[in-house]
Ligand binder design. Structure first.
Ligand code: F6P
Length: 359
């Protein structure tokens, strides 16, 4: 078969491992040929492509980023965008397309599927918030990067008697904040799923310091919101600017800084904030992510040859299975209660501290 492949949306460690696995299994076991479309859906809209063979994927397993590059191009926002994608696939005589991306990229894959394109999806998001799959690759690496950063911030917080606020990625779901906060021993973890009352956060820190601690670590997801119940002027995520990408997403960022200021104002403890930003998405994937990405790649090329189109490879109970694309894009997968209870369980705290985690 002749198979096209693209990577769309924000990058994450492990994309190259997926591409390599697809090409190797497709070549060795199915005698497939591959075309790589460049920069996400832009590659199909503008027919930007590269040959994708064993030589092209040699040595890419440990490399971050994606050799196919990526973008947030939305063909539906361009005149004839979807038609142009169809025409490019036809020109190259592509039998099947593998789209590696998050809900935005996969929503375009679903549209193409509805127009008759034989498409298989692979879930990709650093935020780990795609429905239908237990974990996305890249998440484990991001959590390790953040955990190391928290460990480093810990020693300087301790040296200066400070409250350190660490802002991490997580637009709609707080998976990175929750996992790295637990792994890094954070005192407060704030996630988009639970708008928070800043007075309660400050009070929990004050009580901790009353018990003899003299520094605190707060981990906050970029999409976390002040509760509108306690502060009606807020209740929405903090934006970097008013720009939106082609899928309508605003650029988030700045909650950490605001929070540090508000905590300092309320407690009198000196506070600083750190924004980890794209450091979380860069660099070499962890061993876990290399294996997971390879499993997704193998799963997807097998799905192509089983004719499971309009579907996405998903991890369920540590097995790669096939699920309908429409189920994966239907909703975000938010942090589940069980993991929130884990965070609450290990807090050296009173009930009101736990309230800070919960709300
Ligand atoms: O969607 C994943 C994500 O990393 C979000 O956590 C973050 O808000 C966004 O991408 C950043 O996007 P960009 O790389 O376009 O700035």
């Amino acid at each position: 078969m002749k198979v096209g492949m693209l990577t769309g949306g924000g990058d994450c460690p492990g994309l190259n491992a997926v591409i390599r696995a697809v090409v190797r299994k497709g070549t060795f076991h199915y005698q497939d040929n591959f075309v790589g479309f460049l920069e996400g859906w832009r590659g199909l809209v503008e027919d930007k492509n590269m040959p994708l063979d064993l030589a092209a994927v040699a040595g890419i397993l440990p490399r971050g980023g994606t050799i196919l590059r990526t973008s947030r191009t939305n063909p539906s926002k361009r005149p004839d965008g979807i038609d142009r994608c169809m025409a490019t696939l036809e020109n190259h005589k592509i039998d099947a397309l593998i789209a590696i991306g998050g809900d935005d990229t996969l929503s375009v894959a679903q549209k193409l599927h509805e127009r008759g394109v034989k498409v298989v999806g692979i879930p990709k998001t650093i935020d780990n918030d795609l429905a239908g799959t237990d974990f996305t690759f890249g998440f484990d690496t991001a959590v390790s990067v953040v955990c190391e950063a928290i460990d480093r911030v810990h020693t300087t917080a301790e040296a200066h008697n400070r409250v350190m606020v660490v802002e991490v990625m997580g637009r709609d779901a707080g998976w990175i904040a929750m996992y790295s906060g637990i792994a890094g021993g954070a005192d407060v973890i704030l996630i988009p799923e639970r708008p928070f009352d800043v007075d309660k956060v400050a009070e929990s820190i004050r009580q901790r310091h009353e018990r003899g601690r003299y520094f605190s670590i707060v981990v906050v997801a970029e999409g976390a919101k002040f509760s509108a119940d306690t502060d009606p002027s807020r209740g929405a995520p903090v934006l970097q600017d008013m720009d939106k990408d082609e899928f309508g997403h605003a650029k988030l960022g700045g909650i950490g800084n605001i929070l540090a200021r508000e905590i300092e104002k309320r407690t009198g403890f000196e506070a600083r904030s750190v924004v980890l930003g794209h450091i979380q998405r860069g660099g070499s994937p962890s061993a876990f992510d290399r294996v997971l990405a390879t499993r997704y790649g193998i799963g997807a090329i097998d799905m192509v040859h089983r004719g499971e189109f309009g579907c996405m490879a998903a991890l369920r109970s540590n097995k790669i299975v096939s699920i309908p694309l429409r189920d994966a894009i239907a909703r975000n997968r938010t942090v589940d209660d069980e993991i929130i209870q884990v965070a609450e369980g290990i807090l050296d705290s009173t009930a009101s501290d736990k309230e800070a985690v919960r709300r």
